[in-house]
Design a protein around this ligand. Structure first.
Ligand code: ADP
Length: 247
């Protein structure tokens, strides 16, 4: 059973569809990078996969269940775009953020030593255990992303969904960040991310999904690089040199 199964999905916020006839599956163990121009529907597709919108047509299934009705929320970890915004005013420590990942398993208010151990282990895995007692607001963008991934790991999720995880991460930390995702994937975590840096997706992920209202490409990075998909899917934005980054 695929972890994610999208079939003939059409969706719009208004009468004008943002996504048209999108079909894809993500199997356990995959490492998938989704790219596409600004406004091409990437975040919307992730939100549909997470069950946050109702499809106009077609179906979205998570672990075999309709995404809207999916109840095993802890199996899916979501790291939203710009996590910084969410924690701007929160006077909480890194460890507390990570412990939140245990809430669905532990039950609110009943955090045990086992939960604390899991949180510590998750922090070690992402390499920021030394920052456990720091306020989350004092971390750099890259460190904060790691904290949020640790929260997902502490929750023992099977699927990690990330929306533009490297926004706000300094250039030197981007490679290390993708290496970490690669290691987590090797250890069994299924990863689905949206990323504006096409070069990073081609270099680090195993499968490229190129979206612009519908799927333009779905396959291995090497095939993507040899194709004319970039030109077709991004059209004029390449020539304007806008958000396309091929490093
Ligand atoms: P991407 O993530 O590829 O940049 P989005 O999924 O954010 O694209 O947006 C796709 C389209 O849907 C854009 O035209 C955007 O303006 C529109 N859109 C996104 N979110 C909403 C919303 N909540 N309400 C109305 N329109 C939206």
């Amino acid at each position: 059973m695929p972890l994610v199964a999208v079939e003939n999905l059409t969706f719009g916020y208004t009468a004008h569809p943002v996504l048209t006839d999108v079909s894809l599956t993500v199997d356990s163990g995959e490492y998938v990078g989704m790219i596409g121009p600004n406004g091409s529907g990437k975040s919307t597709l992730l939100q549909l996969i997470l069950g946050l919108h109702t499809p106009d047509e077609g179906t979205v299934r998570l672990f075999g269940q309709p995404a809207r009705e999916f109840v095993d929320r802890e199996r899916v970890g979501y790291v939203a775009q710009d996590v910084t915004e969410n924690t701007k005013e929160m006077p909480i420590t890194v460890e507390e953020v990570v412990l939140m990942g245990r809430f669905p398993r532990a039950g609110f208010g009943r955090i045990t030593d086992t939960d604390r151990d899991q949180a510590r282990k998750a922090l070690e895995t992402v390499g920021i255990d030394d920052l456990a007692d720091r306020r989350i607001t004092t971390l750099s963008g890259g460190q904060r992303q790691r904290a949020y991934i640790a929260r997902v790991l502490a929750g023992e999720a099977d699927l990690l969904v990330l929306d533009e995880p490297t926004v706000g991460v300094d250039a030197e930390s981007v490679a290390a960040f993708f290496d970490l995702l690669g290691e987590l994937n090797e250890a069994g975590l299924t990863v689905l991310l949206v990323e504006h840096d096409i070069g990073a997706v081609l270099e680090y992920t195993d499968r490229v999904l190129c979206l612009n209202r519908t799927i333009y490409f779905d396959g291995p990075p090497a095939e993507f690089a040899d194709s004319d998909v970039l030109e077709r899917a991004y059209g004029a934005s390449i020539h304007r040199g806008s958000e396309v980054t091929l490093s």
